[in-house]
Design a protein around this ligand. Sequence first.
Ligand code: SAH
Length: 260
Amino acid sequence: MTKSMKSHDGKSTVASQNPRNVMSSQTFFTQAWSVDVLTLFPEAFPGVLGHSLTGNALNAGKWELNTIDLRAFGVGKHKNVDDKPAGGGAGMVLRADIVGKAIEHVLKVNSAERPLIFLSPRGRPFEQALAQKWVTSPGVILLAGRFEGIDQRVIDHYLMEEVSLGDFVMSGGEIAAQAMIDTCVRLLPSVLGNPRSIVDESHTSGLLEYPQYTKPTEWKGKRIPQVLQSGNHQKIAEWRRDQAEIVTKSRRPDLWNKRR
Ligand code: SAH
């Protein structure tokens, strides 16, 4: 499993023993793709990212994960990080000075030019194209909000980009961070066993994926489409293409129209 080292400044590093050379036709960096997550819940990481494909890649040093505990930068005996919203209203807001100190810390430890992202339901919707862009950087810095979010001045000062996982509101940015990191890590060269699976899948080519089948050949009276058992690769490719178009047109006319 992943190795975790804690230190007094609230920063913990997971794995990345032997960064590998990750070269391909795109510009990728030769060091491990480096993710820093600022959060009030560092113990929620690596979470699901510690398993399977992303977990193996983490252990192999193909990417590296640092969590920065916002609480470590809190003020007073109770290490307070939040306060009431100026102007009144419900909930609490993460303080500008606290979050600012945490960001300064991250930038000091790793000065590589990485996108600085605030996870926020107000942000630009996350999509495959954005993940593809992020993996051409040396990594990414993600700030996970809690409560009502963070003081606007932090977003403005550091020119943070706000990115949303979708049009819904969660109680914190940690799940959004893990979803976005997972999407990126599987795009890193040498992480996916068969790079073809990236080329064919939903949201890469602009089409949703065709239906998939496997054993048994017959199940509850339903048979696998004949063409998939024909061994005729050209026919199979045509069938899959047709199916991908049908699925995309009917489910996501927005994607279909964008293609054309
Ligand atoms: N008051 C805010 C919501 C705060 S939710 C608003 O109305 O916009 C608390 C935190 O959870 C946010 O700061 C953000 O970091 C995270 N979060 C919630 N929903 C999210 C989403 N759809 N995408 C990304 N982050 C989200």
